[in-house]
Design a protein around this ligand. Structure first.
Ligand SMILES: [Zn+2]
Length: 268
């Protein structure tokens, strides 16, 4: 199993991330991609990747963090160039309208997202998309994200992480060549619409992830999440699609290896 989206760089893991990583590798996780959310945390995911052979990194400025940092693409380019073997994606980046109410903030998120698209092109890396709609209209951010990507002169490869929208939106991302990343949300009791998406999307286009420390899957819902729990996401997909767990693990791992260009030599 490969946990394609984790934040072991977050403060809550400061005291035990090594332990958490070892436990994950002991429990069948073959690789972990940790995701930066601003420049500082992007430096930290690289530091963790340098410490553990099968940890990799993604770097970017999260849409909810754009007020905290003046986004400077050059700094991210320098970071990637400092260790291109370990930094496998740009992100997470995208749109998050959940807590914002005014148009100016939406426009700023869109501008910074477009700069991440340029970064992905310049560095020839896939992109990790974050998307969360407003409370009034949960699809709005997804539709805006789709229209920006469709209008872009360059469409990178990538994944829409923690996918929680419906089949219609899923199909639009699939049509653009994106993978869908599923988290522990699919194990939650109220996830029936999302289960339709999992059921209908080709396993070859699915990635599994935890989004640790958030979104711990059942039976650990409400606890601090960690990469070893990615197994519960794989198990739920196997159940929904009526496939052997082994096949789900095998195919989603191959998907991650392909998208993030992970070395096949390290027993993944
Ligand atoms: Zn995340």
């Amino acid at each position: 199993m490969i946990d394609t989206h984790s934040h072991l760089n977050f403060k809550v893991f400061d005291n035990n991330y090594k332990e958490v990583i070892k436990r994950s590798f002991d429990n069948g996780v073959k690789a972990i991609i940790n995701i930066g959310t601003d420049l500082k945390s992007s430096e930290k995911v690289l530091a963790i990747a340098n410490e553990f052979q099968n940890c990799y990194a993604a770097v970017g400025l999260h849409p909810t963090d754009i007020e905290k940092e003046n986004f400077d693409p050059k700094k991210y380019i320098d970071l990637v160039n400092s260790n291109p073997d370990k930094i496998k994606a740009i992100g997470e980046t995208g749109l998050d309208y959940y807590h914002i109410t005014n148009n100016a903030e939406r426009e700023k998120q869109k501008e910074i997202f477009k700069k991440h698209l340029e970064l992905a092109q310049k560095l020839n890396l896939p992109i990790i998309l974050h998307c969360r709609g407003s409370k009034e209209n949960p699809k709005d951010a997804y539709l805006d994200l789709l229209s920006i990507i469709s209008a872009s002169p360059f469409i990178p490869q990538g994944v829409i992480h923690c996918f929680t929208s419906d089949l219609e939106i899923a199909q639009k991302f699939l049509d653009l060549g994106f993978y869908l990343g599923f988290t522990g949300v699919i194990t939650f009791r109220n996830a029936s619409a999302l289960l339709e998406v999992v059921k209908n999307v080709d396993l070859k286009r699915i990635l599994i992830e935890t989004d640790s420390p958030f979104l711990a899957p059942e039976p650990h819902r409400g606890e601090q999440n960690e990469p070893s729990y990615v197994r519960f996401v794989a198990e739920k997909i196997a159940e929904i699609k009526e496939l052997p767990l082994k096949e789900v693990i095998e195919i989603t791992s191959q998907n991650a290896i392909k998208l993030f260009n992970l070395p096949r030599t390290q027993n993944l």
